[in-house]
Design a protein around this ligand. Structure first.
Ligand SMILES: O=C(CO)[C@H](O)[C@H](O)COP(=O)(O)O
Length: 296
C-alpha cells in the first residue's frame, strides 16, 4: 500500500484550512507546502494539527541551512515530517534527521535540483533519512519535466527507506508511480485544481491503497479458511465422508476498496497534465485564490 499526501500550496490561511477540511478524510498526509508555510508560519501548523488529529502532517520547509534549529519548532508543534533539501550541506541534512529522531518523527530529503541523485540518495539513506523525496518542482514541470525516471532509479536502489514522489502526479499516473516503488504519493494541483477536491483525493487514495486494502482484508478471514480446511480433512480421515459443501463456514470475500474510496463518490475529476498544472499562476494554481472559493 502507498500512502497519499495532499499538497496545500495556497497562500490563503482560511482557504487552506477550508480545503484541508474537505480533503483530510480522503488522504493520509496533509502537506503544508513551502509557499504556504513561508506565508502563514507555524500558526497554520498549530491550527491544522488541532483540527486533523487523524492525519499526518508534513511541513515542506525545504531547509537549506541550520537544519536542527529551523526544523525543531515545527516538530514541537506537531509536524510528523519536515523536508530538507538534498542540495544542502550534509551537516544540515543530518541536523534535520537528528531533530526528527529526537521527537520520534521523520525527515524527508528532497532531491529537487540534486545533480547526482543516486549518490546523494545512498549517502543520506546511510545517514538515516527516513524518506527520500523524488520531486519535480512546479517550475521544472512548467519546463516539461516529470519525476518518473528518477523514481525508477531511486526505487531500484532498494535502500529500505520510504520513497515519496511529487511533481504533477494525478489519478491517471497514481498506479504507475505506485508500481514504480513510491510509498508516498503526493498530489497538489490534481486535487486543489479539481472541481471536487474531496472526490479527486478519494480517487487517488483508492488507487494508492488498492492492493493492500484487499490483501489486509483477506487476512481477517484466514482463521475461517484454515478452520474449514481442517474440518474437511477431519471428516475425510475419520468418517471417510466429506461434509456437504454447505456445512463449511461461509467465507465472504472482503471488500477490496480502501476506506477513502468508500467514503467518497467516484469522481470524474479532470486533472491537468504536469506541465499545465505546474505554473503557480494566480488563477491556475495554488489554490491561493482558488481554495477559498473551492472550500466553501
Ligand atoms: O512541493 C511542491 C512544489 O515545490 C508541490 O507541493 C508538489 O510538487 C506537489 O504539487 P503538484 O502535484 O501540483 O506538483
Amino acid at each position: 500500500m502507498a500512502q497519499t499526501q495532499m499538497a496545500l500550496d495556497s497562500l490563503d490561511f482560511d482557504g487552506t484550512v477550508a480545503l484541508a477540511t474537505k480533503v483530510a478524510p480522503h488522504v493520509d498526509i496533509l502537506e503544508i507546502g513551502t509557499p504556504c508555510i513561508k506565508h502563514n508560519g507555524i500558526k497554520l501548523l498549530e491550527v491544522l494539527r488541532a483540527k486533523f488529529p487523524n492525519n499526518k502532517i508534513l511541513v515542506d520547509l525545504k531547509t537549506m541551512d541550520a537544519g536542527f534549529y529551523e526544523a525543531e519548532p515545527f516538530y514541537k508543534a506537531g509536524a510528523d515530517i519536515c523536508t530538507v533539501l538534498g542540495t544542502a550541506d550534509i551537516g544540515t541534512i543530518k541536523g534535520v534527521i537528528d531533530v526528527a529522531n529526537k521527537y520520534g518523527k521523520k525527515a524527508q530529503v528532497d532531491l529537487i535540483n540534486v545533480a547526482d541523485k543516486k549518490a546523494r540518495t545512498i549517502e543520506v539513506a546511510k545517514l538515516g533519512a527516513h524518506i527520500i523525496g523524488v520531486h519535480t518542482g512546479l517550475d521544472q514541470q512548467a519546463a516539461g519535466q516529470t519525476p518518473f525516471n528518477d523514481l525508477g532509479m531511486v526505487a531500484a536502489l532498494n535502500l529500505g527507506v520510504d520513497i515519496s514522489v511529487a511533481g504533477g502526479v494525478k489519478a491517471a499516473t497514481t498506479q504507475q508511480v505506485k508500481d514504480a516503488g513510491a510509498t508516498i504519493i503526493v498530489a497538489g494541483a490534481a486535487i486543489y485544481g479539481a472541481a471536487d477536491p474531496a472526490a479527486a483525493a478519494a480517487e487517488i487514495t483508492a488507487i494508492a491503497h488498492g492492493g493492500a486494502a484487499s490483501a489486509g482484508g483477506a487476512k481477517k478471514f484466514l482463521p475461517w479458511i484454515i478452520g474449514a480446511a481442517v474440518l474437511v480433512l477431519l471428516f475425510t480421515l475419520l468418517g471417510g465422508k466429506k461434509p456437504e459443501a454447505t456445512e463449511a463456514p461461509v467465507v465472504e470475500a472482503p471488500a477490496a476498496t480502501a476506506p477513502a474510496a468508500e467514503a467518497a463518490p467516484a469522481p470524474a475529476a479532470e486533472v491537468t497534465a504536469p506541465a499545465e498544472a505546474a505554473a503557480p499562476a494566480p488563477e491556475a494554481a495554488p489554490a491561493a485564490e482558488a481554495a477559498p472559493e473551492a472550500a466553501k
